[in-house]
Write a protein that binds this ligand. Structure first.
Ligand SMILES: [Zn+2]
Ligand SMILES: [Zn+2]
Ligand SMILES: [Zn+2]
Length: 128
């Protein structure tokens, strides 16, 4: 009698024969699950599930963005120090050093320049 060894796939939660798993790389998801492809919400490229980080709330238990896009987005949120951007207030293109830091912003600095920030403050003061 052959001993039937089963393993539970962490993705589909099905108890399956170990032959359904790729044991060489100690993966815990079955072959069927490994073949699932998912389209990244960011780059729109269909990728194998292992290209995504795990998110139990997501589709197939995966995050909507692939690992590569995750990496890229993290880079984008770092404060930009070189280059210029347009001030949304005075519409003048200025160096990033001319802007205050705002971590909530995509490029790490406020949408209007330091000069405009001072003007806005002054305006608020005169109103009150
Ligand atoms: Zn599975
Ligand atoms: Zn992607
Ligand atoms: Zn400005």
């Amino acid at each position: 009698m052959a001993i039937l060894v089963t393993m539970q796939c962490f993705r589909c939660n099905l108890e399956q024969d170990t032959s359904e798993f790729n044991l060489n790389d100690l993966s815990q998801d079955c072959k069927t699950c490994r073949d699932i492809t998912k389209r990244c919400s960011k780059c729109r490229i269909r990728k194998k599930c292992f290209e995504f980080n795990v998110d139990i709330m997501g589709q197939y238990g995966l995050q909507s963005r692939c690992k590569a896009c995750k990496k890229n987005s993290r880079k984008k949120y770092a404060k930009q120090t070189s280059g210029t951007k347009h001030c949304t207030k005075c519409k003048i293109e200025k160096e990033f050093s001319e802007y205050n830091t705002n971590k909530d912003h995509r490029d790490g600095s406020t949408s209007y320049c330091k000069e405009c920030a001072i003007n806005i403050k002054r305006l608020n003061r005169s109103v009150h």
